[in-house]
Design a protein around this ligand. Structure first.
Ligand SMILES: Nc1nc2c(ncn2[C@@H]2O[C@H](COP(=O)(O)OP(=O)(O)O)[C@@H](O)[C@H]2O)c(=O)[nH]1
Ligand SMILES: [Mg+2]
Length: 441
């Protein structure tokens, strides 16, 4: 399939938006700005933008005839060799547009897939991206073939030959997809085992729009040094670290791939195993870039993907980030009021990070129960498990052969100490207003 890296340095692109009567013009403009940012992540500058208002999409070229000619002239005048349309294109639309403009033509999904391919580091991410690319390519194979055929200066070869070749290509692609999916299943199995070993810990997953500051928050909360960058889709793998300074039980934080509007469905599908971290979490931190003009649409897009991957049942804290860059100084307060359990921070501010850490812990602690336990002193493993999974508020070693503890922790952790639990009770609610309790831990 197309690979923009093949372009010589200095290649420029034209981006094209289509505005239908039902579209909000601000969102169309923002989508186009986002497409420009996506291309800049690939190192491709944009020489021109075209937006066409239409009453409906044309099946042949997407755009009207006059607009396509305008596009061709613009591409010629600024030497652009790539046209990117911000809507899904069908194979005939790509073919027709390429024919008329003389440029390589692709859509938003094509660009996103290219970025993912470039940023995939681990075996899992590489496998996932390859599946997504092949699935994107499959229905477009006829276009790719014609394109290849034309490039070779053909035109006389019989149509039948081309079609046979397409069948072969399609079959090969399907076989490869099946093989990659089997590999992915094995990787997923290993990861499931890893996750099981973390069942004594509380799991928090960072989610949010790409570039909202997830990795910056992750680094600040865990003192890690993952790459945070003003670019799209830098993080593709799930990174897991312990919240630092450590709590009891430990809280594990995971940072993973960000979301975007119109994320290709094949990508969501194939990234499901990476996104298991999200589905499996006890709590999500939904990081929102509040300084972005369309933060609302970005929040909606994130929620939509969460629903698609089946993570909409997991409790969420909304983290309004980048408040240092928000012009309207009342906005963070308004948003906090409008969203229960939310918090407004700048990930670049140390005090805000401490507040966020305390907020996360407090949300968990609200669901903790208290217990008195008595454990025979020789049961070292049980005592270790207790220290790892609960907060020990008092201990008493006065009686020989038995250790007594007053502890607080998640119900599930205390249930694991069952034969040694003398009594349990729910502590007094602390009357915190801003976040509800989490029932599921
Ligand atoms: N001004 C400001 N910039 C931030 C803040 N948090 C993150 N950033 C910047 O936003 C960009 C994207 O951050 P990153 O953590 O990589 O976003 P991710 O794609 O969600 O992981 C980087 O340039 C960060 O330095 C913040 O609170 N304030
Ligand atoms: Mg990141």
């Amino acid at each position: 399939m197309q690979n923009f890296q093949e372009f010589a340095p200095g290649t420029t692109a034209i981006v094209v938006g289509v505005q239908l009567p039902e579209d909000n013009p601000a969102i169309v403009a923002d989508d186009l700005a986002e497409l420009v940012a996506l291309l800049s992540t690939l190192g491709i500058p944009v020489a021109g933008r075209i937006v066409q208002k239409r009453s409906k999409l044309s099946p042949s070229c997407m755009l009207g005839t006059g607009k396509v000619e305008e596009l061709r002239d613009l591409a010629r005048s600024c030497g652009a060799r790539l046209v990117v349309v911000d809507r899904p294109l069908s194979p005939p639309q790509i073919r027709n547009l390429e024919e008329i403009t003389g440029c390589q033509v692709t859509d938003r999904s094509g660009v996103i897939l290219d970025i993912f391919a470039r940023h995939a580091r681990t075996n899992e991410a590489k496998t996932q991206v390859e599946i997504a690319r092949l699935e994107y390519l499959l229905p477009r194979l006829s276009g790719a073939w014609t394109h290849l055929h034309r490039q070779r200066g053909g035109g006389v070869a019989s149509r039948g030959m081309g079609e046979k070749q397409i069948e072969v290509d399609r079959r090969r692609a399907r076989e490869r997809i099946a093989r990659l999916k089997a590999q992915l299943k094995n990787i997923a199995r290993e990861k499931a085992t890893q996750r099981k070993s973390r069942r004594n810990e509380l799991k928090v997953a960072l989610v949010g729009y790409t570039n909202s500051g997830k990795t910056t928050v992750m680094n600040a909360l865990t003192h890690a040094k993952f790459q945070a960058k003003n670019a799209l889709f830098v993080t593709l793998d799930a990174n897991v670290r312990v919240l630092d300074p450590a709590t009891r039980p430990k809280i594990l934080l995971s940072d993973t791939v960000g979301f975007i509007r119109n994320l290709p469905h094949s990508l969501i599908e194939s990234f499901k195993s990476t996104l298991e971290e999200v589905i499996d979490a006890d709590l999500l931190l939904h990081v929102v870039d509040l300084s972005h003009p369309n933060y609302q649409a970005q929040m909606d897009a994130t929620r939509k993907v969460l629903r698609e991957i089946g993570a909409d049942e997991v409790p969420v804290i909304t983290v309004f980030n980048k408040i240092d860059s928000v012009e309207d100084k009342f906005l963070p307060r308004i948003m906090r009021g409008a969203h229960p359990r939310s918090i407004a921070i700048s990930a670049l501010n140390d005090e805000d990070i401490v507040r966020l850490r305390d907020h996360v812990y407090a949300v968990f602690a609200d669901a903790f129960i208290c217990a008195d336990v008595e454990i025979p002193a020789e049961k070292v493993d049980v005592i270790r498990l207790m220290f790892n999974s609960c907060m020990v508020l008092a201990s008493d070693y006065a009686t020989e052969g038995v250790a007594r503890f007053h502890i607080q922790g998640p119900e599930a952790a205390i249930a694991r100490l069952k034969p040694h639990v003398v009594k349990t009770w729910h502590p007094e609610p602390r009357g915190r207003k801003n976040h509800a309790k989490i029932g599921s831990i």
